[in-house]
Design a protein around this ligand. Structure first.
Ligand code: GLU
Length: 524
């Protein structure tokens, strides 16, 4: 296969959906597999949805996941965001100039709002060829049309083609008088040109697609403010940037026939289409924010590792030929067979994600794990007190090492480690299984006896001898007719403030004798 050029084309809306991350990952993998470029293109033609700093956020996120792009917006372009340095509302007063725009002058620009000239040039070319037309309809007329269509329940919704009545000459006259039209795709002209009303295409994921153009509306290509819509911009940019494999969510499928028409009208060859299925929530329906996290930032905040999330996403929509589940990016690129992407909707199974995350946590060295946890606190913890303690703790690795086997998200460290830094209220003894049987007084006196024992040791070798510690607690249990597990539980409740804790002996050792005594002495 020749070189693959792929792109990730998010809109800078401030968030990145996990489905976007999957698309980016697949596009990246295809480009790497076939020795080509992975492009980042910012689709910011809908200025109402633009959120400050979101381009930086997108770039940071891609980097964090190791999905580095070969071509994408430069620092200068990012700085210039919001300034257009080209005609917008008044572009139609400059058609002579628009016609002469040289594509090459814009070749290195990967932010669509800085490529307006290019889209205008091709829209104007389509108008001149008769494949698109100026539309002067007001908002009011369009709304009224929609209302009427609704009331008579007609099958053909969308624009009624009213403005096709104007010849190009008439339209240009109206423009000269100051009217500001949109440009619409002329679907009828395409049908005539091709002598058919059907469009057929092979989607490399979804299979054969067929569209009846009677149900495809005369889509707006350029808005009256001179900005393109997605449908035009995506075609022009994919083509000019040399994209060979266009991967995106299948939710864009209604755009597919419009895009094919534009490619044909401009005489351009289409990239291969890969429209990947929408992720489903196990509870049914699309993965939606009402049912849990959906944005990449949320998963990071919840303590998922980048490698784990990526690995999980790899297996949504593609199945390896063997039963392997763990893949590094490199292994994935090697194993991926792009002719075998799944067309059924993958279920976003959060338990499975937790499993992956746990596996990846276990694979880290203690040092790497401690660094990740520390970093997580710095970036995400809402507990300011803990955040400070952790940042300043020079013995953090030792504490972190105790929980590495026991957590499934990095965020779990927050609750698991807090007792090291704060004295937590001691939960009541109901967590001690046999409490009803023994009565609380026996538990108290067993604890008091343990305090005495601990108090009597002074050297480190006496204090922190694990076998002896176990023996002693066991014999105290026997003496008070308690189950050993219950004896350990009482100590745990006091030391850790919870029935779930890292290994108790090691935790006590880190806290030190005096602190342990204090905690054991809380009355309960
Ligand atoms: N800008 C579109 C989005 O944010 C991209 C769709 C595509 O990949 O073509 O979803």
């Amino acid at each position: 296969m020749s070189k693959a050029i792929t792109r990730f084309a998010p809109s800078p809306t401030g968030f990145l959906h996990v489905g976007h991350l999957r698309n980016a990952m697949l596009s990246y993998a295809i480009a790497k597999k076939y020795g080509g470029d992975f492009i980042l293109r910012i689709e910011d033609t809908d200025q109402r949805r633009y959120v400050e700093r979101s381009v930086e956020y997108i770039i940071d996120t891609l980097q964090r996941f190791g999905l580095d792009f070969n071509r994408g917006p430069s620092a200068g372009q990012i700085e210039r965001l919001g300034t257009f340095s080209w005609y917008t509302n008044d572009w139609l007063d400059h058609l002579d100039e628009v016609e002469k725009v040289n594509d090459k002058d814009f070749a290195d620009i990967y932010i669509q709002s800085q490529r307006l000239a290019i889209f205008q040039k091709y829209a104007w070319e389509l108008v001149r060829k008769g494949f698109a037309y100026f539309c002067f309809c007001t908002e009011e007329r369009l709304n009224k049309l929609k209302e009427e269509q609704k009331s008579i329940k007609t099958a053909s919704t969308g624009y009624d083609g009213f403005c096709k009545r104007y010849s190009l000459e008439e339209a240009l006259k109206k423009i000269k008088r100051g009217e500001r039209p949109t440009i619409r795709l002329n679907v009828d002209s395409y049908k005539k040109y091709k002598s058919t009303k059907y469009i057929k295409v092979i989607d490399k994921v979804m299979g054969k697609l067929e569209f009846n153009l009677d149900f495809v509306t005369d889509q707006i290509l350029i808005k009256s403010n001179g900005f393109p819509t997605y449908h035009l911009a995506v075609v022009v940019d994919d083509y000019l940037m040399g994209v060979t494999h266009m991967m995106r969510g299948v939710e864009w499928i209604s755009s597919t026939p419009k895009q094919i028409m534009i490619y044909d009208m401009l005489g351009w060859r289409m990239p291969e289409i890969y429209q990947v299925p929408v992720l489903l929530d196990p509870a049914g329906g699309k993965l939606s924010k009402r049912k849990g996290s959906v944005f990449v930032g949320q998963f990071l905040e919840e303590g998922y590792l980048e490698e784990a999330l990526l690995n999980f996403l790899m297996l949504l929509g593609w199945s390896p030929t063997d039963n392997r589940e763990m893949f590094t990016m490199e292994e994935f690129i090697k194993a991926l067979d792009i002719t075998k992407l799944n067309k059924s909707n993958p279920i976003f199974n959060r338990q499975k994600l937790n499993w992956f995350n746990g596996e990846y946590i276990r694979k880290l060295t203690v040092q790497q794990f401690a660094d990740k946890v520390k970093h997580w606190f710095k970036e995400f913890s809402q507990d300011e007190e803990m955040k400070n303690y952790v940042a300043l703790d020079t013995a953090f690795d030792r504490k972190a090492a105790l929980i590495q086997e026991r957590i499934s998200t990095i965020k779990d460290a927050e609750s698991m480690l807090q007792f090291f830094y704060k004295r937590l209220p001691v939960p009541d003894y109901s967590a001690v299984k046999g409490v009803k049987e023994y009565g609380i007084e026996i538990l108290r006196s067993a604890r008091e006896e343990y305090i005495k024992m601990l108090n009597s040791y002074n050297t480190d070798s006496d204090l922190w001898n694990k076998e002896r510690w176990i023996e002693e607690l066991k014999s105290l249990a026997v003496k008070h007719s308690l189950k050993p597990a219950d004896m350990f539980m009482i100590v745990r409740l006091h030391i850790c403030g919870s029935e779930f804790s890292p290994p108790l002996f090691e935790a006590m050792q880190i806290l030190g004798k005096n602190e342990c005594l204090e905690r054991l002495s809380y009355t309960q």
